[in-house]
Ligand binder design. Structure first.
Ligand code: HPA
Length: 241
């Protein structure tokens, strides 16, 4: 039973799926951190892998960039593959003054300029939020690992190159960082009755015109990976899997 975008069969994905935007990051994680790994998706080059980490089953599936793309993959994972937890692991641009390059941000909520919520026909604005269970587990895991993680609102933008130049306004509202996927992920999780969290590494601070090098992004990514995978092991104890 494959879907239009994922070729696997039911049971090919673990209950918890880590989702980097970049499919090659998914391969990097599979190659460097997972045991007993097999590739479960190659459609459109959007690589996905399933294996174990310290004995706990986990999958890693690329999401692509932007809300339409993560909207497709997370929908299929929740509804067709019965996935319980999706943890996005991505990069973000720092927005708040106190957010610096290489910081790790846990997205408690996700504001957006997207119309993604229109499909639900709600008589008002929806507030996309992370699963408290995943957020609490990740925050506790970060503390135990000595990784400082900031927790707060993200801004999921549909535009990377944005003529509206709106970041200063989002900053005034206390938004910590900008990225392009979390709001749709959180909405899909809510609609499916499942769990989602976004963990971001700050790769740039657009308001201050600060950017990390490719090497720095790799280091930041490693801390985020460690945090995500250790969070999975904690969740593993809760899952009948
Ligand atoms: N804008 C949008 N998405 C991003 C950014 C950014 O500055 N940095 C990393 N993802």
């Amino acid at each position: 039973m494959s879907t239009p975008h994922l070729q696997g069969n039911k049971g090919d994905y673990a209950k918890t799926v880590l989702m980097p935007g970049d499919p090659l990051r998914a391969k990097f994680i599979a190659d460097n951190y997972l045991e007993n790994v097999r590739c479960v998706n190659e459609i459109r080059g959007m690589l996905g892998f399933t294996g174990t980490y310290h004995g706990v089953p986990v999958s890693v599936q690329g999401s692509g960039m932007g809300q339409p793309s993560i909207g497709i993959y997370s929908y299929e994972l929740y509804h067709e593959f019965d996935v319980q937890n999706i943890i996005r692991i991505g990069t973000a641009g720092g927005v708040a003054e106190e957010v610096k390059l290489r910081d790790i941000v846990l997205g408690q909520g996700a504001c957006t300029n997207s119309n993604y919520a229109v499909q639900f026909g709600l008589p008002g604005n929806y507030a996309p939020i992370a699963s408290f269970r995943l957020l609490r587990t990740a925050a506790e895991t970060a503390e135990a690992l000595g990784i400082k993680a900031k927790v707060g609102n993200l801004f999921s933008s549909d535009m990377f190159y944005d003529d509206a130049d709106s970041l200063a306004k989002w900053q005034k509202m206390g938004v910590l960082a900008i990225e392009m996927e979390s709001a749709a992920l959180y909405m899909n999780a809510a609609r499916a009755g499942r769990d989602a969290l976004c963990i971001c590494t700050v790769s740039d601070c657009p308001l201050r015109q600060e950017f990390t090098s490719a090497e720095e992004r790799q280091t930041g990514f490693t801390d985020m990976m460690k945090l995500a995978l250790e969070t999975v092991t904690k969740l593993g104890a809760e899952l009948p899997f």
